[in-house]
Design a protein. Sequence first.
Length: 96
Amino acid sequence: HGACGLWGLLALGFFGNPDEGIGGNGVFYGGNQLGTQVFAAFMIMIWVASLSVAIMLPLRLLGALRHSDEFQEAGADLMEHSPSKAYSNKQEQSAI
């Protein structure tokens, strides 16, 4: 989402065509919108980074981002799913 969203944001600054009537003013058509689009991308990156730190840092400090050692050693398949059904050694024969 990040890379494609960034490209979509910047592409308007390059390819926005004012003749289409949808507000484009790209550099390939003599416009100057690229600077605005770069600034917007920078502001979005700052916003996302700030919120990520504000949410993830307290969770990290509380130890809420990791499973217990026992959980990790047993594995998520065994602890959360039903591997006996999913990884059965019996091969069922299907009628073709």
